[in-house]
Design a protein around this ligand. Structure first.
Ligand code: XMP
Length: 319
């Protein structure tokens, strides 16, 4: 792609000019935006960049390994991998309120990230994968209603506290352009085309208390659902698809025994920017196949339901 090759060259030059011989730190979320920003900045300034991946243990199946492999093996970019599953799950114990979950995760994330930044002797710049829609959203929200629907998860406040300037090379791009740039930079397709995933991770897909056991159950159900979506060739037609694990047990029958296990909800939506969304209309054979597989293969789930709510009035995530 000619325009992306050109963009890549221009940005690399700009990053070099902005950063000089300063140090840059970049937090990876596991998502496309931060990965593309990090790879681009590394191409520009090499070892002046430190990438930090705070792994909260709330990622999907194999997701954390994919990030580590991409950076260490595929690109040979040094990566600080902070395994913080215990801290996050410990802090989430007993927490059921969605906003409390989000606030705790956001704060713990910043604290851990700040500790890593200090450990490398501080940095002059913080790199972020901010996109054009993020820039517009924060502008238009200043004049909008003062109701917080959900506290979004980012490292706001940290640059001032640590006296860092921002490096945001993707600020002019839309999501599909970031994907093109990712391809231009050689990111694997499985990474580039991936559905968006929220910063607080599986914690906001487990209404009620989040435990390691419930995360493991959800990861299995979610992986089956996504595998079936990929096998059916539907992955790219969907903006986001995921499973949620409900804090409700219902009675079922399996073989000649009674079961009393959790309900799994399935969600899939189409959207262009996440601000509004429509339900993806799977055919019933597809949904039956997924439900059967989840109930047969995932211990702890004995009922599967499909979420038929558009946005608005629903949100895409359940919390
Ligand atoms: P909702 O649930 O508000 O989500 O309809 C809209 C889009 O935003 C994603 N999302 C988040 N992304 N940090 C993020 O980076 C967050 O805290 C967060 N919460 C929701 C959600 O997955 C959907 O794509």
């Amino acid at each position: 792609d000619w325009s992306m090759a050109e963009f890549r060259k221009t940005k690399i030059q700009e990053i070099r000019e902005q950063v000089g011989d300063g140090k840059v730190i970049c937090g990876l979320s596991g998502g496309v935006d931060s990965a593309v920003a990090a790879v681009l900045i590394h191409e520009a300034i090499g070892e002046q960049l430190t990438c930090v991946f705070v792994d909260h243990g709330l990622m999907r199946m194999n997701e954390a390994e994919q990030v580590v492999t991409l950076f260490r093996d595929h690109y040979n970019i040094p990566l600080v991998h902070v395994d913080a599953e215990e801290e996050f799950l410990g802090g989430l114990a007993g927490v059921t309120d969605p906003e409390k979950k989000r606030k705790f995760i956001g704060k713990a994330f910043i604290d851990l990230f700040e500790a890593e930044a200090k450990a490398i002797g501080g940095a002059d710049f913080l790199a972020q994968g901010t996109l054009y829609p993020d820039v517009i959203e924060s502008v238009s929200f200043t004049g909008g209603p003062s109701v917080t629907i959900k506290s979004h998860h980012n490292v706001g406040g940290l640059p001032e506290r640590m006296n860092m300037k921002l490096v945001e090379p993707l600020r002019e791009l839309f999501k599909d352009e970031v994907r093109d740039l990712g391809r231009e930079l050689g990111l694997p397709e499985i990474f580039v085309g991936r559905h968006p995933f929220p910063g607080p991770g599986l914690a906001i897909r487990i209404p009620g208390e989040v435990t390691k056991e419930r995360c493991d159950i959800l990861r299995k159900a979610d992986a089956i659902y996504l595998e079936e979506i990929r096998n059916a060739g539907l992955y790219d037609a969907i903006w986001q698809a995921f499973a949620v694990l409900l804090p409700v047990k219902t009675v079922g029958v399996m073989g000649d025994g009674r079961t009393y296990d959790s309900v799994c909800g399935l969600r899939a939506v189409t959207s262009t920017d996440g601000m509004t969304a429509d339900v993806y209309p799977f055919d019933s054979a597809f949904l039956s196949r997924v439900a059967t597989r989840i109930i047969n293969e995932v211990q702890g789930i004995n009922r599967v339901v499909y979420d038929y709510t558009s946005k608005p009035p629903g949100t895409i995530e359940w919390e």
